[in-house]
Design a protein around this ligand. Structure first.
Ligand code: HSE
Length: 442
């Protein structure tokens, strides 16, 4: 045995032994030998805190000390690293800050916490010379944080786009493959245990926006700015739009997109039409994927399980190994939390949504009479909006209204909104116009 294997173990306190905590406990136990060989020293969970002591007892099988007092764990001087798997931004935030102030390293899967309080958390960690690992916070088992922080450091990142919420991707996939409406697909996602009982954060795009906030900071060397992400969920996506998009050769996905433009950075989460020829458009069900485009490497695609006990545990344990490997390194020799050195973080403006550039899908309900298409195209032409494709399905016998589907070329959002306002004022246009963004990811 290598001498390192006899080194003092890294002593871990685990806060929360639910799905991911249980997976972490099992992966560490099952792969203990391999993990020790990689880390250079054993990694041992020495204390578990969970409000549900029966659950903690069942998972640990009496092999680990358990408590229902998480603060006792973060205050225990014998613990080196805290793994926070409680979630949310109240108690979890207090515990993480306490652990850091006590000089302990922290590993967390808490995307909401990092996205909304990460700047303060990293500052507290730097002050005490300790590390915060958050690989599990974005896209579950996909090691995208590691990639952004370490593998792409040669590149100027131009944009990244991700399917980073498995629940929404499952729902949209069901709507496309089985022609189901949103509500039916959501009920199915809940029944299968993908969506939470309260799935608001998933379906309203908030979960994806937390993850996008983190990825954008890593990509562009900007502070975490969750409040500047433009967020739209999938609750308004209609079954017919998924079908019309399909007929035009597009898939509808909830996309998190961060793009560098000369004027600033776009950060947005919304339902998006993507050409079906793109690999990422074919990521279905609960799977996640992230495309990153660097100026040197070109586009890269990362695909894998974005949630689940063992995939997420894979990311948590990888962070623990990183901590074990670099605990004894001087803080300035460690990889910076947000990829860029803290004093080199740039204050680039985040563009408001009316200044973003996108192509658009419009579904206009129009009266079936001569001159309507001419009126519509004139309004678009007057604002320099170029039409990429137009479809008007043949009306059924006796039908007075027809859907007119238009794909535009890229234009500033402000212009399309003005055009929509004019189009909706036409007598021949009935009701509100459906507008979805289109990204070719070219
Ligand atoms: N609720 C998330 C999703 C999983 O549906 O992708 C964990 O981030």
């Amino acid at each position: 045995m290598n001498m390192n294997m006899n080194m003092k173990p890294v002593r871990v306190g685990l806060l929360g032994i639910g799905t991911v905590g249980g997976g972490t406990y099992q992966v560490l136990a099952r792969n203990h030998g391999e993990i020790t060989r990689r880390a250079g020293r054993p990694i041992e969970i020495v204390m578990v805190a969970d409000k549900d002591l029966a659950r903690a007892r069942e998972v640990t099988g009496g092999r680990t000390q358990i408590t229902d007092d998480a603060f006792a764990v973060v205050n225990d001087p014998d613990i080196d690293v805290i793994v926070e798997l409680i979630g949310g931004c109240t108690v979890a935030r207090e515990l993480v800050l306490k652990a850091l102030n006590n000089g302990k390293h922290v590993v967390t899967a808490n995307k909401a916490l990092i996205a909304t309080h990460g700047n303060a958390i990293f500052a507290a960690a730097s002050k005490r010379g300790v590390m915060v690992g958050f690989e599990a916070a974005v896209a579950g088992g996909i090691p995208i944080i590691k990639v952004m922080r370490e593998a792409l450091t040669a590149n100027r990142i131009q944009w990244l786009a991700g399917i980073i919420n498995g629940t929404c991707n499952f729902i949209l996939t069901e709507m496309r493959n089985h022609g189901r409406d949103f509500k039916a697909a959501l009920a199915d996602a809940q029944q299968r245990g993908y969506a939470e009982a309260d799935p608001t954060f998933d379906i309203e795009g908030v979960d994806a926006a937390h993850k996008l906030t983190i990825l954008a900071a890593l990509a562009f060397g900007i502070p975490l700015q969750f409040d500047k992400v433009h967020v739209e969920g999938i609750t308004q996506v209609a079954r017919e739009d998924v079908a019309y998009a399909g007929a035009l050769g597009y898939r509808v996905k909830l996309l998190g997109l961060a793009r560098r433009r000369p004027e600033g950075i776009e950060m947005r989460v919304h339902p998006t039409l993507i050409p079906e020829t793109r690999l990422i458009a074919n990521v279905d069900g609960v799977m996640n994927a992230v495309v990153v485009r660097g100026d040197a490497v070109g586009p890269l695609l990362f695909y894998g399980a974005g949630a689940g006990a063992q995939p997420t545990a894979s990311a948590v344990v990888a962070d623990l190994v990183d901590v074990a490997r670099s605990m004894s390194a001087r803080p300035e020799h460690r990889v910076p939390h947000l990829a860029f050195q803290p004093d080199a973080v740039a204050d680039v403006p985040i563009l408001p949504v009316d200044k973003i550039e996108s192509a658009y899908y419009l579904r206009i309900t129009a009266l079936d009479r001569p001159g309507v298409l001419a009126d519509i195209s004139r309004i678009l032409a007057d604002r320099d909006i170029s039409i990429e494709a137009i479809r008007q399905p043949e009306p059924a016998e006796g039908q007075q209204q027809v859907p007119v589907i238009i794909l535009t070329q890229r234009v500033m959002e402000q212009s399309i909104n003005e055009a929509i306002k004019h189009l909706e004022s036409l007598q021949s246009v009935q009701g509100p116009i459906v507008r979805l963004r289109v990204e070719t990811l070219a």
